[in-house]
Write a protein that binds this ligand. Structure first.
Ligand code: GDP
Ligand code: MG
Length: 173
């Protein structure tokens, strides 16, 4: 059985974009996870990254309650299901936005619900920061506050940083 990597992060950081890049031209299997209020699709596919092959899961997302800023129970319980089936996690953030309060929430949530998983933090949407080294370094410094080590800089849209992602995943898989 292939190792399983789940893509986690707050909404809009580019989880689905990265999923699509990793499974490119291969089929995504869509399955439903029923829960209290909604049924959401979770996509699963076989990722190819250099000579690495792994199962990848596009998580339902960890949405926030507009008022409290804390993670919604329904998406959190679904993501917990996905995590239980995963060996590794990619924790996606947005390099341009810098660290967001919800990123800290996701980190807290992850430490609580899946302490066995040490995620790789990947700052997505880094393509526009690559020409400005200092802003990339500033964003990277901020991301260290998540407590999961140094982030890598990627772009799901342009493919930048896919080699760094490969280098980070390779010893794990
Ligand atoms: P998700 O909610 O985390 O699954 O995020 P999506 O994959 O739906 O992406 C959210 C938005 O960010 C979309 O408008 C994407 O086109 C955009 N996006 C995703 N990846 C990148 C990237 O690497 N660079 C830029 N500039 N935009 C991106
Ligand atoms: Mg998505």
């Amino acid at each position: 059985r292939l190792p399983t990597v789940v893509i986690l992060g707050r909404p809009n950081v580019g989880k689905s974009a990265l999923f699509n890049r990793l499974i490119r031209r291969r089929e995504a299997l869509v399955y439903n996870t029923p829960d209290d209020h909604v049924t959401r699709d979770i996509r699963e596919g076989v990722a190819k990254l250099g000579d690495l092959r792994f199962r990848v899961l596009d998580s339902a997302g960890l949405e926030a309650e507009a008022s409290s800023g804390s993670i919604l129970h329904r998406t959190a319980s679904m993501t917990a299901n996905v995590l239980a089936r995963s060996n590794f996690a990619l924790f996606l953030t947005d390099a341009r936005a810098g660290i967001h309060p919800l990123d800290l929430e996701v980190g807290k949530w992850l430490r609580k619900h899946a302490p066995q998983i040490k995620p790789i933090v990947a700052m997505n949407k880094s393509e526009s920061l690559f020409d400005a080294d200092d802003s990339l370094a500033t964003a990277a410094n901020e991301m260290c506050r998540l407590g999961f080590g140094d982030p890598i800089a990627i772009s799901a849209e342009t493919g930048l940083g896919m080699h760094e992602l490969y280098v980070s995943l390779r010893p794990l898989l």
